[in-house]
Design a protein. Structure first.
Length: 279
């Protein structure tokens, strides 16, 4: 039996077309546009006041750009960048391995946590610059010394965040895994470690900034080379425009590496993004 009252067929309603003014407003108020505008305003103000100051104390962006071109042409900037990035890459890799491993060991085995916790807390509290003379005595002034200083500066945020991430895993998730017959090894790899990934990546993000500080400090105190050596060299002769070049390069390296870590975090913890989209 059919009903005498039939529902009219549904019709798709086209989305309202944005006007030219609305589209322009969306573009101008987008996050990237705001960031670009803020950076542009900053450089304009810097250029304006930099030209009116003594070049010994401040250099405008135009003078810094000319100095950067000169350092690129004579190969000094490329050489210094390689001298800095090579120990930085090795030190950062060791920092991640040691930091994550130490955090996992302390979180998974209580006895080892009780043994290692006093040493981790004590070393974390000591200013690393106070240890540099000892590190130079033990590891030397060259590659090994720089890597050791970097690791000593950057390893603790990764350790602490890894430990916190593993400890933060809810007991209900572990019980569900055991109820489905998962072994302890499977629980660690499929439940504990994925849940701790955001904490670990946050620690690595903090460690990147500290590692950059560590490698530059190492170049100040050990064999004066790399970008840190350029800073010392040009500071001693009051070449302010050239002095800004390695400083800006260091800042750009930090931004690129931080964005890379954030991209890796999004790739490795897609489930968090899915949860956010659900709510």
């Amino acid at each position: 039996m059919t009903s005498s009252l039939e529902m009219p067929p549904r019709r798709s309603v086209p989305a309202p077309q944005l006007t030219w003014a609305q589209r322009l407003r969306e573009v101008l108020l987008s996050p990237n546009a705001i960031r670009t505008a803020s950076v542009a305003v900053f450089f304009v103000i810097w250029e304006y006041y930099g030209r009116r100051m003594d070049p010994i104390f401040m250099a405008p962006p135009s003078a810094i750009f000319q100095a950067a071109l000169e350092l690129i042409r004579n190969g000094a900037l490329e050489k210094a960048l390689i001298q800095t990035l090579w120990p930085f890459a090795v030190g950062m890799a060791l920092t991640v391995v040691i930091g994550v491993g130490l955090g996992i060991v302390m979180a998974q085995w209580r006895t080892l946590e009780y043994v290692l916790d006093p040493f981790v807390n004590a070393l974390y509290a000591i200013p690393r610059i106070a240890l540099i003379p000892l590190i130079i005595l033990w590891a030397g002034l060259e590659f090994a010394g720089k890597v050791t200083i970097l690791v000593s500066v950057a390893v603790f945020p990764i350790t602490v965040n890894t430990y916190s991430g593993i400890r933060d895993v809810r007991g209900g998730m572990l019980e569900i895994g055991r109820a489905y017959g998962a072994t302890e090894w499977q629980i660690f790899w499929k439940i504990i470690l994925p849940a701790a990934i955001p904490f670990i990546m946050a620690g690595i993000r903090l460690a990147v900034g500290l590692a950059i500080i560590g490698i530059i400090v190492a170049e100040f105190f050990t064999a004066i080379s790399g970008l840190g050596g350029m800073i010392v060299e040009y500071a001693n002769v009051f070449a302010t425009a050239k002095l800004f070049v390695p400083i800006i390069v260091i800042a750009l390296v930090g931004v690129v590496l931080t964005e890379l870590v954030m991209w890796l975090e999004r790739r490795m913890s897609r489930w968090r993004q899915l949860e956010r989209e659900r709510f």
